[in-house]
Design a protein around this ligand. Structure first.
Ligand code: TTP
Ligand code: CA
Ligand code: CA
Length: 627
């Protein structure tokens, strides 16, 4: 259940950025002839033209949706370009998208504390940068403010008035604004600058929300898409939340949101204002009650984590209909492939980023043939992660056997598996100065540590100096060593991620000079500038589509084959022993769509409403003239 975190005394400026139709943009960059064209990325499949996983805004105008198959999309939009996702080991290979996301993260992280939230999303804490701007060059002091910033959507301002940009400019430059709003105005300018920079350097457009906390920034970042940003002044928070359906709120998408609706008659976040904190605590306990009370008022103390790398790695595949796996050897053969990829990715994370994953988890979905209750959940299982492909494969198979036993008992019966995935989580940084991961893991003060590492697979560790050999990779939740358990927690806390000295310090701010606008950029014919780059060691390499390693992020994995007829609410009752609040969205994103949908039903609100057309810069970007 959600827990309220103490709010900081000082006002903050937080941004949430999300790339527009991300996989499509990556494909458009690879093949500029696709720019301005109705395009969708499809996951390889020979059934009905494959499943769509990303849809361009041009195609959306024809009614093409992510839930469609390729053939369906062609029916509603005959001119659509369908691009196949790269395939490796008979499954989607998302490295090209992961690496493209890393390019964007590297640019965004130059302005403040940066948290990579998914393959195409980032939170930024721009408080320091905004304060610096306010001191040195506040928007009202400049003769002209950064042009792209004047295209912002400000929740307080009507969007359909005549000279909208003049109004926005006036809002950004108000001399009589309170301190919070002045900081937000600086935040809007900073984010506009960053978005232009991202476009110039990567060719990608993104949308953003700018607010005083993560919750509000995320809620509005998808409100005006594509290539736009939305600002939430504190004065607009109550009105905004008043009509916001509770299910749209982070953490209210699942059971808690349903209970609010069904048990308390709360339909919108504003409706929560009718309940005292005590009343909400009575219903949902002290922590959640307080969290609800604060949420209703737009308060959220959640901090932006200093994390540019994924919290977890995962690989999955679905086997719908006749493709379902029905015997141990086919399960083993697929698990071997998934584990091979997982192993490559954690090895790469280890050598590039000096990070170790500790928990291996297997998720599967099964149906029992000839039974009414054919969708009984296959329990997720986890165990300590041992490095080395063979060991991971061996352990994954054991996890499968254990899950199958729980699922079906000891009777021999016909079963079929419709999806499989493996994830590596509880990743921590190895403190610099530690030479032996093995020793580090097995140190006396780290008896909670569970990873069993093959030291031969960790050749590139820094020599040990000093006595931080046993610096603790603290575990709040402890796994039983060498045992299989039902999955209960995929998260790793922020403190665990900050073991490396100095990691939390925001980077020096670099000033963006002059004025600029995405519109302007787009009107010039700019050559592609997406050469592979190395960003201060954050990313070791940007591999091409054929590569299978890299500092990758766990992300929206999408469908591998099909299953569009999944009941979104089906995840509410459960044999899965998951602590919903602790589920790492990155892990979820890596899983096959069936499982993703089930879990996302509990942990995150559905997508924002259809974007409004606002005649903004994106139209130029995707227009045929741009090609
Ligand atoms: P999203 O950010 O959800 O969507 P999007 O970027 O395609 O479009 P929008 O402009 O609305 O943000 O997902 C990011 C990428 O993740 C998306 O391009 C493809 C991939 N993805 C899947 O593979 N399967 C999924 O079910 C979802 C939601 C996303
Ligand atoms: Ca996106
Ligand atoms: Ca996204």
């Amino acid at each position: 259940m959600p827990v309220a975190r103490p709010e900081p005394q000082e006002p903050r400026v937080i941004a949430h950025l999300d790339l527009d139709c991300f996989y499509v943009q990556v494909e458009q960059r690879r093949n500029p002839a696709l720019r301005g064209q109705p395009t969708a990325v499809v996951q390889y499949n020979d059934w009905k033209g494959g499943g769509l996983i990303a849809v361009s805004y041009e195609a959306r105008k024809f009614g093409v949706k992510r839930s469609m198959r390729g053939d369906e999309a062609k029916n509603v939009c005959p001119g659509i370009n369908l691009v196949q996702v790269p395939v490796s080991r008979d499954k989607a290979d998302l490295n090209v998208y992961r690496n493209a996301g890393s390019e964007v993260v590297a640019i965004l992280s130059t302005k403040g504390k940066c948290e990579r939230a998914s393959i195409d999303e980032v939170y930024l804490d721009l408080t320091d940068a905004a304060k610096e701007m306010l001191l040195e060059s506040p928007p009202e002091s400049s003769e002209f403010t950064f042009e792209e910033a004047t295209k912002s959507n400000i929740l307080d301002l009507p969007s359909d008035v005549g000279d909208r940009e003049e109004n926005v400019k006036a809002w950004l430059c108000r001399a009589d604004a309170n301190y919070q709003d002045k900081l937000l105005a600086c935040g809007a300018v900073l984010v506009a600058q960053l978005r232009v920079k991202v476009l110039e350097e990567t060719q990608f457009t993104c949308s953003a929300g700018i607010a005083h906390n993560k919750m509000l920034a995320k809620l509005v970042s998808g409100m005006h898409k594509p290539a736009q940003q939305t600002v939430v002044p504190s004065s607009s928070v109550q009105d905004f939340l008043a009509s916001l359906p509770v299910k749209k709120m982070k953490q209210l998408g699942g059971k808690l949101g349903s209970s609010l609706q069904d048990d308390l008659g709360v339909k919108t976040v504003g409706d929560l204002l009718g309940f005292t904190e005590e009343k909400l605590q009575e219903y949902y306990g002290v922590n959640t009650g307080t969290w609800l009370w604060k949420t209703a008022r737009g308060f959220s103390g959640e901090e932006v984590e200093d994390r540019l790398l994924p919290k977890s790695h995962g690989c999955g595949k679905t086997f719908p209909g006749p493709k379902a796996l029905k015997n141990h050897s086919s399960v083993k053969s697929w698990l071997d492939k998934l584990c091979e990829e997982l192993s490559e990715r954690i090895q790469s994370d280890l050598s590039c980023n000096k990070r170790v994953a500790q928990t291996l988890t297997l998720h599967a979905r099964a149906s029992k043939e000839n039974e009414c209750n054919s969708m009984k959940k296959f329990p997720s299982k986890s165990c300590p992660l041992r490095y080395g492909t063979g060991k991971i494969q061996e352990d994954a198979m054991k996890l499968f056997e254990s899950g199958l036993h729980d699922f079906w008992g000891s009777r021999s019966a016909r079963w079929s598996i419709t999806s499989l995935s493996v994830t590596a989580s509880k990743i921590f940084d190895i403190p610099s100065g530690t030479n032996s991961i093995l020793k580090y893991i097995k140190g006396p003060s780290s008896n909670a540590s569970t990873a069993i590492l093959d030291s031969s697979s960790t050749p590139e560790l820094t020599p040990f100096v000093g006595n931080n050999l046993y610096m603790t990779p603290v575990h709040e939740e402890q796994c039983e060593p060498s045992s299989i358990k039902e999955e209960c927690d995929n998260s790793i806390s922020a403190t665990q991620c900050r073991l490396i000295e100095g990691k939390g310090a925001p980077k020096k701010l670099s000033k963006v000079q002059g004025t600029g606008s995405i519109l302007k950029f787009l009107s010039q014919s700019q050559p592609a500038q997406h050469e592979k780059r190395n960003f201060d060691g954050l990313i070791c390499s940007h591999q091409g589509p054929e590569s299978s390693s890299g500092a990758s992020v766990a992300e929206q994995h999408g469908r591998d084959n099909i299953n569009t007829a999944v009941d979104h609410s089906s995840g509410s009752g459960d044999t899965w022993m998951l602590n919903v609040e602790d589920i790492d969205p990155d892990v979820v994103g890596e899983l096959p769509l069936e499982i993703q949908r089930e879990i996302q039903g509990w942990i995150r609100p559905s997508k924002q409403a259809t974007p409004k057309k606002r005649g903004s810069t994106i139209s130029s970007y995707f227009s045929p003239a741009r090609r």
